[in-house]
Design a protein. Structure first.
Lengths: 72, 379
């Protein structure tokens, strides 16, 4: 799941291959914003993960590892 | 009677908050007392029988809609059912906003209808999402009508509010909250009555009615007036809520230090902007991406911001000034996002001190100009 998440974020943010790892601070680094989170969550739906954007504070979803933990 | 203005209201405020402070200090739950206090204050604020009757009807309608939808939702997950209930919940607000154009319908106005309606709408949406699975008549009514924030916010959330009611703070925690609340009421009164009134009387009232210089002077004066007046009201509301044991969310966080418009809306009227973000913008974008209305890219976000901010304008009122104000902010938010995504240096520049000062000044002026539109002086 973690790899899927990193791939999706890399794709939607246009980041370089390998730029994002499990511990990357997605908001501080300007990789994700509100819309980026929506894009990510909608793509995760196709992997069978249903997360509600409004239910999370940014601190809870600030790195790929944290997001992966929520998907479990 | 308007909340937080005039001696009679403050006398009532002292009379209802004093027993609350004593009960809270003794470690008693303030749930029941708070509801009683809310009913008493509202009876005084809605000071004629017509206003009382309208409020009663409004409460009855919103309560019925929420409870009926809760039971409907158990059997029907369809989105159209939610829309049906949302339309019914929004109908009184729409009627009140339209009444502005028909002098004969003026009597329909209900104090605080904008805020109360958004509270009710939030409950319906969270029932649809499956986050609210049970409602209690008293708790729901208390949330909807909660007197400290009935007229001008902040806009609280049902589950947060209910969680506060569920656990009465221990005496030590309550005392701390009460002292903070008292301080907020005092500083809020200072903001609103001293700073706000001084700006109004000696700045706005002193300006000539026409001319470019006067409009510029009005723009700055009105911006500071709105801040002190509105942030003052919010502080008094939050302080009063604290004394009733409710830790109401903050509404302002140094907005004039914002470096761009997105930053600004996370610091000004926070409870409304986060409400719009969670229940309008995010939901719109999610649907747009799922159904590929505008492809998979940023177009959904720009359209989402425009519609969300236009709705914010309409929520203030359906007159051209408010609608243009909303559209103006919709365009600004989209341009802000365009800069963030297309111009990578923008992020770095925001961290540079000298550039930050410039950005803060630009953001302040963009917002001030928006308020000049809002004030109706231009249109």
């Amino acid at each position: 799941m973690l790899e899927n998440i990193i791939d999706i974020i890399t794709e939607i943010s246009g980041a370089d291959e390998g730029e994002i790892d499990a511990g990357t601070e997605l908001f501080d680094e300007g990789i994700l914003d509100s819309f980026g989170v929506v894009q990510l969550f909608v793509q995760l739906e196709s992997l069978g993960v249903k997360l509600d954007v409004a239910e999370f504070e940014r601190a809870q979803i600030s790195t790929p590892a944290k997001i992966a933990a929520l998907c479990e | 009677m308007t909340p937080y203005s005039g001696l009679p209201f403050f006398c009532i405020l002292v009379i209802v908050l004093l027993p609350a402070a004593i009960l809270g200090h003794c470690g008693r739950s303030l749930r029941r007392y708070g509801l009683l206090a809310t009913i008493l204050v509202l009876l005084a604020v809605f000071d004629n029988w017509q206003a009382k009757l309208l409020l009663l009807l409004f409460w009855g309608l919103q309560t019925a809609l929420s409870f009926v939808y809760l039971s409907v939702r158990r059997r029907c997950e369809k989105r159209w059912a939610l829309w049906l209930f949302l339309l019914a919940a929004l109908a009184p607000l729409l009627l009140v906003k339209l009444a502005v154009f028909a002098p004969k319908l003026q009597f329909l106005s209900i104090l605080g209808v904008s805020y109360m309606t958004f509270r009710a709408v939030q409950v319906l949406i969270e029932i649809y999402d499956g986050h609210i699975k049970a409602l209690h008549l008293l708790g729901f009514s208390y949330f909807l009508l909660f007197f400290p924030s009935v007229s001008s916010g902040p806009l609280d959330r049902y589950r947060r509010f209910a969680a506060d009611l569920a656990k009465a703070p221990d005496p030590k925690t309550y005392d701390k909250l009460a002292v903070e609340g008292f301080w907020k009421i005092m500083t809020g009164a200072f903001y609103s009555f001293v700073a706000g009134n001084l700006i109004f009387q000696y700045w706005l009232e002193a300006l000539p009615q026409s001319g470019f210089g006067a409009a510029v002077g009005y723009m700055y004066g009105y911006t500071f007036f709105m801040f002190f007046n509105f942030a003052g009201y919010s502080r008094m509301a939050i302080g009063s809520a604290y004394l009733l044991g409710v830790k109401m969310p903050e509404n302002f966080n140094l907005p004039f230090l914002s470096k761009d418009m997105k930053d600004f809306w996370s610091r000004w009227h926070i409870s409304l902007s986060t409400w719009l973000r969670d229940y309008v913008y995010t939901r719109f974008c999610t649907q747009a991406l799922r159904k590929k209305w505008f492809g998979g890219g940023r177009a959904s976000s720009y359209i989402g911001y425009f519609l969300t901010m236009l709705l914010m304008g309409a929520w203030h009122g359906l007159t051209p000034a408010y609608l243009i104000y909303g559209a103006y902010h919709g365009v600004l938010m989209s341009l802000n996002e365009l800069l963030d995504t297309k111009w990578k240096r923008f992020r770095k520049l925001k961290k540079n001190n000298a550039v930050s000062i410039l950005l803060i000044l630009i953001t302040f002026h963009l917002f001030s100009f928006g308020l000049l539109i809002f004030s109706g002086r231009l249109i």
